[in-house]
Design a protein around this ligand. Structure first.
Ligand SMILES: NC(=O)c1ccc[n+]([C@@H]2O[C@H](COP(=O)([O-])OP(=O)(O)OC[C@H]3O[C@@H](n4cnc5c(N)ncnc54)[C@H](O)[C@@H]3O)[C@@H](O)[C@H]2O)c1
Length: 351
């Protein structure tokens, strides 16, 4: 162990903690996983055993008090993000919080203020930012290749992808359905690429047409009795700088593609799409399509691993965070506005 070893803890040791956070903390020799916290000691202990973590807890306060971690991953269902993030920040930890930031814009704002007051890092897990193509596209936009971006399309659509496990279909625990769960990734990506303009007005619509009947999909069988979220959300967002955005997100839609996760950017000099990654550039009086000849060969790490390495870099003061807490608050304001607009069948002002 070097003197730089950071003590890391995981709160909410479920699917994403198991698949991403724990393995990458273990892989990074600058961090040491010291504790896992779950609702029950048994769950925390099982996780701790699997990843050879020395301590397990059923109480976050006790863990923070006894272990004094430097950094914490919050991987609980969305309902508990705020509580866990506030506690960890207050205890002096840097925090990597799973997406979405919170259940509401008010909660995200409170979390942003707490990070500021504690002078600790709060990074939300928007890992698509760390894709190699995202970083290339960001450079292209920064160097003016697209000109002024005046419209974006945000798509996070699944054909039959209602999760048959976990709490993703519970409004009480997650705050909503596909919009807050998968739409949030593409929404953040579009906003990140366009410099996080200020949203001023939203108009949204949500539908529950498939999740409320019995069915089996690509992610298992869901229970219509427990299905309390939308299965499709769509909307329009207008921004202070004149940019417009169309968004659509579904867990289940009668469409051809199994899954379409894409951001399309339309600029007055060029355009781009993230999946498949393409640049459309005006040249010699025509429009050219271009795509990188190679990409993944330059770096075999997943975007998730790059995000975790970046988090550690930032905790060590070796890098500036790519994701700011205020970005999370803005994303949450748009999502809340879209849900409110749908509920009242009218547009919602965000200013
Ligand atoms: N970044 C991504 O692409 C991505 C992917 C999947 C999930 N997520 C996010 O990660 C979070 C968790 O999702 P998941 O799929 O791992 O869910 P999960 O249900 O598999 O895991 C959640 C874990 O939290 C524990 N938990 C519940 N309440 C708790 C509490 N009060 N205190 C401590 N632990 C508690 C549960 O016992 C479980 O172990 C969600 O916010 C989700 O949106 C992000």
């Amino acid at each position: 162990m070097t003197k730089h070893t950071l003590r890391a803890a995981i709160i909410g040791p479920g699917g994403i903690a198991r698949g991403a956070h724990a393995p990458y903390y273990i892989k990074d020799n600058r961090t040491e996983l010291v504790a896992a916290v779950s609702r029950t000691y048994e769950k925390a202990a099982a996780f701790a055993r699997d990843f050879e973590i020395p301590a397990a807890y059923d109480c976050v306060d006790t863990m923070l008090e006894e272990q004094k971690p430097d950094m914490v991953s919050v991987c609980t269902p969305n309902k508990f993000h705020r509580e866990m993030v506030l506690k960890a920040l207050k205890a002096g930890c840097h925090v990597l919080c799973e997406k979405p930031p919170a259940m509401t814009a008010g909660e995200a704002e409170e979390m942003e203020e707490a990070a500021e007051a504690a002078d600790r890092l709060l990074i939300y897990s928007f890992h698509h930012r760390y894709n190699l193509q995202t970083q290339i596209l960001k450079k292209a936009i920064y160097s003016g290749d697209l000109g002024a971006i005046y419209h974006t399309n945000v798509q996070a659509m699944r054909r039959r992808g209602i999760p048959g496990w976990g709490v993703f279909t519970s409004k009480e625990l997650q705050g909503g359905g596909p919009l807050i769960d998968v739409g949030v990734h593409m929404l953040d990506l579009a906003l990140y690429l366009t410099g996080y303009p200020e949203p001023v007005e939203v108009m949204g619509a949500t539908h529950k047409r498939i999740g409320n009947r019995k069915g089996v999909g690509l992610l298992g069988e869901w229970d219509p009795e427990q299905y309390t979220v939308e299965d499709l959300a769509s909307g329009m967002v207008k921004f202070q700088n004149g940019m417009s955005m169309m968004i659509e997100s579904s867990f289940a839609a009668n469409q051809k593609e199994e899954e379409s996760l894409n951001v399309r950017l339309l600029g007055d000099k060029g355009g781009a799409e993230t999946s498949p990654f393409r640049l459309y550039e005006e040249r010699y009086g025509s429009l050219f399509d271009s795509a990188p000849a190679y990409l993944e060969k330059t770096d075999s790490r997943s975007s998730y691993e790059r995000q975790l390495v970046h988090f550690v870099d930032c905790c060590l003061g070796e890098s500036e965070p790519l994701a700011k807490p205020e970005d999370g608050t803005k994303v949450q304001r748009i999502i809340q506005g879209l849900y409110e607009s749908s509920a009242k069948s009218g547009s919602v002002s965000l200013i």
